[in-house]
Design a binder for this molecule. Structure first.
Ligand code: NAD
Length: 286
């Protein structure tokens, strides 16, 4: 048996269509949706990612400001930049890119992003609102997993779903989103004993550990769906996921590829959210 590949591109395309509809409505109202990306690193992969955000924004007719404060930026400069963006009514989305310079506390800075502009779901307030069932932007990667599963009509209600990884960017917010969808969620992590015992009985396994080859055929149940969030660089310099694709494919019925899976969806989601944030605040009381 060979698993179906759940490609991210069709999912991203569907999100882009929704973004285009929102942009048309906003432009009709004389509003240019605007997203700001704050960068303070010369990390190459961050640079690549930020350029892809700027390109997608340009294609969607969303204004994108990249504020590159340089790898030497200190907490005061970053604070000032984020405060100015938070106060600027013309800015609808704010993304603080990591890594940040040594000694700068990201956890303090993300609190400066108002939840309504927190399109990447980085502020712990956004997570708290999500956990409480209030409107909030969940961490974009976690939401991207749901978008992929929904696009390919993978049922979640009443299903056992195992998530490997408990970070604030993927595992924890994803567990909340899955609970909202009535899945029974098992959140696994580096201290989970007998990982396979938890993952094998799940109909959907999401792996977000950052460990190449962690998930193998012995970890998945026959006919399950595997969503691979991991991004790792192998010895040959290739981007690979956390699942050993060849091994998992013999047992699972579907698998997201890396690259070309969940990662493809995340940026499209950031654009859609920027337009949603702009629409939300463009409502003029009658
Ligand atoms: P992280 O290092 O913050 O968290 C990793 C999690 O995995 C931890 O909770 C840890 O307990 C768990 N873990 C580690 N080793 C494990 C093991 N052997 N068994 C079980 N659990 C284990 O990482 P993160 O920021 O959550 O990112 C996870 C992965 O997802 C990385 O590869 C990252 O690059 C990728 N990622 C991809 C996207 C995307 O858009 N595709 C976005 C964010 C992160």
């Amino acid at each position: 048996m060979s698993a179906q590949l759940l490609q991210g591109l069709p999912v991203a395309r569907a999100l882009r269509e929704r973004t285009a509809q929102n942009v048309a409505q906003l432009h009709g109202d004389g509003i240019v949706p605007r997203v700001a990306v704050v960068v303070a690193t010369d990390n190459e992969s961050t640079g690549w990612y930020v350029r892809s955000i700027a390109q997608q924004a340009a294609k969607a007719s969303i204004h994108c400001d990249v504020l590159d404060l340089g790898a030497q930026a200190d907490a005061a400069e970053l604070t000032a930049a984020l405060r100015a963006l938070a106060a600027d009514d013309q800015v609808h989305g704010i993304i603080l890119q990591t890594p940040l310079p040594a000694g700068v506390d990201a956890a303090q800075l993300v609190r400066l992003i108002p939840p309504e502009k927190d399109v990447d779901g980085a502020n712990p307030l956004s997570f708290g609102r999500l956990a409480a069932g209030m409107p909030a932007f969940a961490a974009a990667t976690a939401q991207a997993v749901i978008e992929v599963l929904d696009h390919y009509r993978i049922p979640l209600a009443g299903e056992d779903v195992a998530v490997i990884g408990r970070s604030m960017v993927v595992g924890k917010p994803l567990a909340q989103l899955l609970l909202q969808r009535d899945a029974t969620v098992t959140l696994c992590h580096s201290r989970t004993s007998d990982l396979a015992n938890h993952t094998r009985r799940a109909s959907v396994v999401v792996v977000a550990a950052g460990r190449a080859g962690l998930l193998r055929s012995e970890h998945v149940g026959l006919g399950s769906v595997v969503v691979d969030v991991g991004t790792n660089v192998d010895d040959q310099g290739n981007l690979v996921g956390d699942a050993d694709a060849a091994s998992v494919q013999s047992i699972a019925r579907a698998l997201t590829p890396v690259p070309g899976g969940v990662g493809t969806v995340t940026t499209a989601l950031l654009m859609l959210r920027t337009t949603q944030s702009a629409l939300e605040r463009s409502v003029v009381p009658a």
